[in-house]
Design a protein around this ligand. Structure first.
Ligand SMILES: Cc1ncc(COP(=O)(O)O)c(/C=N/[C@H](C(=O)O)[C@@H](O)C(C)C)c1O
Length: 380
């Protein structure tokens, strides 16, 4: 898992062998027709794939561009996270692991993991920073309702990065019976490539749907970037095509402020959570209005895409995301997740600039989980 020098497997000795075993299990089991058929059935009948490709008629008319939304918000659980979780949970089950652990910030990944744990009868423990527990209460309740234990992490900033640290420690101690179900294209190899492969169903469907609908490919593909899984999941199928990629990072109070979550637009090369990638500068406090983008690192494949110029990354501020959150709700009758709102804001900007005629946007999740945050921001 080497992305032009980014990625790798920078972990302490106790994790090396378990990760090698996981990589082998993925390469062997993951390639069998039996596994793929089982996963396909769950993606269709349990998760609700394929998701629609919706032409945002009001938004397109308003901005004079053809804006299409890939509706991952309609999946079971409310976000794209279920695509990756089903793949990894099936792999764990077939590899004789009876316990799942995971980190979560927005809680979507935690909920998806708890759903898979219930479905496949796997004991499930979710690590979640106290800060995030406080702002995503509904998702915490859903995880417990699904039978998972939620481990409230207090160390450090009590945020996502601290939850990842706690999960990695658990994994190192319990590798024999536990699978660490990483929620994004981050961490040591094989996670970035394995999660990418499981999420690439998004772009494979969208590419086929777009060609059927328009007879062509989109000029541009846009997605928000937290750890980077929904973005890579959309982009991967188009990587050889003449389609421009745009990543919308959590710009918080601005890329040149000291409170944001945009390591690609404004960060530095460093090693974090077992991977060489782009990380926030030391003087920056990780912050985004959306819990799902509130992470100081990013997937190494995005660090490579930035280095080779395959994707343009922009820090979309909290305010711009909140404005897009309201605009999509009012013009299309769709309430997006605050994370996905960053991608919508970027797509609107591209359409306004007349940069592209057809724009494909990944709507990674729905806004139900964000109602408390939104109600505090807007008195409607
Ligand atoms: C609806 C929605 N959209 C985008 C994201 C960003 O995650 P990526 O797609 O992996 O960049 C997220 C990330 N959510 C994770 C979670 O729910 O736990 C996130 O907080 C962590 C896994 C990083 C999300 O919930």
């Amino acid at each position: 898992g080497n992305f032009e020098g980014y990625g790798g497997r920078h972990v302490p000795e106790p994790l090396r062998d378990p990760l090698e075993q996981l990589a082998n299990a993925y390469d062997e089991v993951g390639a069998t027709e039996e596994f793929r058929a089982d996963l396909r059935e769950l993606l269709e009948d349990f998760a609700g794939r394929p998701t629609p490709l919706y032409r945002a008629r009001s938004l397109s008319e308003r901005y004079g561009a053809e804006i299409y939304l890939k509706r991952e918000d309609l999946l079971h659980g409310g976000a794209h996270k279920i695509n990756n979780v089903l793949g990894q949970a099936l792999l764990a089950k077939r590899s004789g692991r009876e316990r799942l652990i995971a980190e979560t910030g927005a809680g979507q990944h935690g909920v998806a993991t708890a759903m898979a744990g219930a479905l496949l009868d796997l004991e499930t423990e979710i690590y979640m920073g106290e800060k995030d527990v406080a702002r995503q209460e509904m998702n915490v309740f859903r995880m417990r309702l699904l039978g998972a234990e939620v481990n409230e992490v207090a160390r450090g900033d009590a945020g996502l990065a601290d939850a990842v640290d706690a999960a990695l420690e658990d994994f190192a101690e319990n590798v024999a019976d536990t699978h660490y179900l990483v929620g994004s294209v981050v961490g040591p190899d094989p996670f970035p490539r394995m999660v990418r492969d499981f999420q690439s169903v998004i772009g494979e469907e969208a590419r086929e749907q777009f060609r059927e609908r328009t007879g062509d490919l989109p000029d541009a593909a846009v997605a928000c970037v937290g750890g980077g899984s929904n973005a890579i999941g959309l982009f991967h199928a188009f990587r050889e095509d003449d389609v421009a990629f745009y990543g919308a990072e959590g710009g918080g109070e601005g890329a040149d402020s000291t409170r944001h979550a945009a390591p690609l637009a404004s960060g530095t090369d460093d090693t974090l959570h077992g991977m060489k990638t782009r990380v926030l500068e030391d003087d920056v406090e990780v912050h985004s209005v959306s819990a799902g983008l509130d992470y100081p690192g990013v997937g190494p494949e995005h660090a490579m895409f930035r280095a080779v110029g395959r994707c343009e990354y922009t820090a979309v501020t909290d305010d711009a995301a909140l404005a897009a959150f309201r605009e999509l709700s009012e013009t299309e009758g769709i309430i997006p997740a605050l994370e996905s709102s960053h991608a919508v804001a970027r797509a609107i900007e591209l359409a306004e600039d007349g940069a592209h005629e057809t724009i494909l946007v990944n709507l990674s999740g729905r806004g139900d989980k964000d109602m408390e945050t939104a109600a505090r921001k807007f008195s409607l």
